[in-house]
Design a protein around this ligand. Structure first.
Ligand SMILES: [Zn+2]
Ligand SMILES: [Zn+2]
Length: 366
């Protein structure tokens, strides 16, 4: 449940940095476990005080907390289900992960509704992977599946990711006694205090395998090289990144799998100049075609179409072929294809041509 960090330290929201330090110093002494041996309530209170201080004494974390605290969002959404579905689903929490917060990730997860029932396992989550692939221009015209081979941690086939040797059971973790947490002692300016951290032996699960799987050593995952098929959607631009959920590294013992981020480099096609979703090409026509009009075939990214050049077309005139450009990513729409018409002036004329043109000149009265 969300807690009011200011209330924990007995402070108002307007409290100064000094107030926060003073309150923390007083309360952490008051509830210090050394003074209350075996007193669970005091231990809990001590933990809360430390958590509150960890957030409030850091300007960045405090600003963050203040912002969410006043909107009432996280508190109201805590019952609304999993992380990401709340009002902050789109918020960027980078720089705010459990690691940055030391042992205090719990607290933030309780605010943001992220932790839920998977407490502790987050530290064992599989890493996200990042790769870059080159695709052909045609691949992003149609959209195409591409296969690539990745070396990564995948769930152990032998134990199914549990890390337990077949037919053996899980036993209470010896390291943490089944709580999934170990207490870390930290020296600080304010004296020695203890904070809880996820038990590394069991990854927070509180149980370890009596007989670890021989294939994966009990990790529940093995490093392997295997092919992954990635769908390159039509309309992707050079340098854009795709997120493929669940194709990162497997987590330890069935913890969440990371994601795969694929940055797509699109090889240019010399025949087409791409301008976002539009295509630009240049075509040369004889001067007579510009004067009299004609029809020419234009290769667009998908098909050949006929472009009508009206009589009297000027050099550099641009024609639009509507909907003949690139597919617009994640839609059924298409950009346009713009054709710039250049007029070829002959550099040499035959005697007959010259004669005709002289007559034409007279006709024009020029
Ligand atoms: Zn295994
Ligand atoms: Zn443990």
């Amino acid at each position: 449940m969300p807690k009011d960090l200011y209330a924990i330290l007995g402070l108002e929201r307007s409290a100064s940095k000094e107030d926060i330090k003073r309150a923390y110093r007083r309360l952490s002494k008051e509830h210090h476990p050394d003074r209350h041996k075996g007193d669970k309530a005091a231990e809990q209170k001590f933990k809360e005080v430390n958590e509150a201080y960890e957030v409030l004494h850091d300007d960045k974390k405090r600003a963050m907390y203040d912002q969410f605290g006043t909107t009432g969002g996280p508190a109201g959404s805590s019952g609304a289900g999993g992380g990401g579905s709340g009002p902050f689903g789109g918020f960027n929490f980078s720089g705010f992960n459990a690691e940055d917060l030391g042992g205090f990730g719990d607290l933030f997860e309780s605010f943001f509704g992220g932790g839920g029932g998977r407490r502790g396992k987050r530290d064992q989550k599989g890493r996200d992977l990042q790769v870059e692939i080159a695709v052909e221009f045609a691949d992003v015209v149609e959209g195409r599946d591409r296969s690539l081979t990745l070396e990564r941690q995948r769930p152990c086939q032998k134990c199914g990711g549990s890390g337990a040797e077949e037919g053996t059971k899980q036993v209470t973790c010896r390291e943490c006694g089944g709580t999934g947490e170990v207490t870390r002692t930290t020296q600080s300016f304010f004296g020695t205090f203890r904070q809880a951290a996820v038990c590394s032996a069991c990854g927070g699960a509180g149980k370890t395998n009596e007989h670890p799987c021989k294939n994966c050593g009990g990790d529940g995952r093995v490093r392997s090289r295997d092919p992954v098929t990635i769908h390159i959607p039509a309309g992707m631009q050079d340098g854009q990144t795709l997120r493929v959920r669940g194709e990162g590294e497997a987590g330890v013992r069935e913890a969440a799998t990371g994601d795969l981020y694929v940055t797509v480099r699109v090889r240019p096609d010399p025949a087409f100049e791409r301008d976002g979703d539009d295509i630009r090409t240049v075509v040369f026509i004889p001067v007579t075609s510009a004067l009299l009009g004609t029809e020419i075939a234009i290769e667009t990214v998908r098909e050949s179409v006929t472009l009508k050049i009206p009589a009297g077309t000027q050099p550099g005139q641009v024609f639009r072929l509507k909907g003949k450009g690139m597919p617009v990513l994640n839609t059924s729409r298409f950009g346009d294809h713009y054709v710039t018409v250049n007029v070829e002036i002959p550099t040499r004329l035959s005697r007959a041509e010259q004669k005709l043109l002289e007559e034409w000149k007279k006709l024009r009265g020029a």
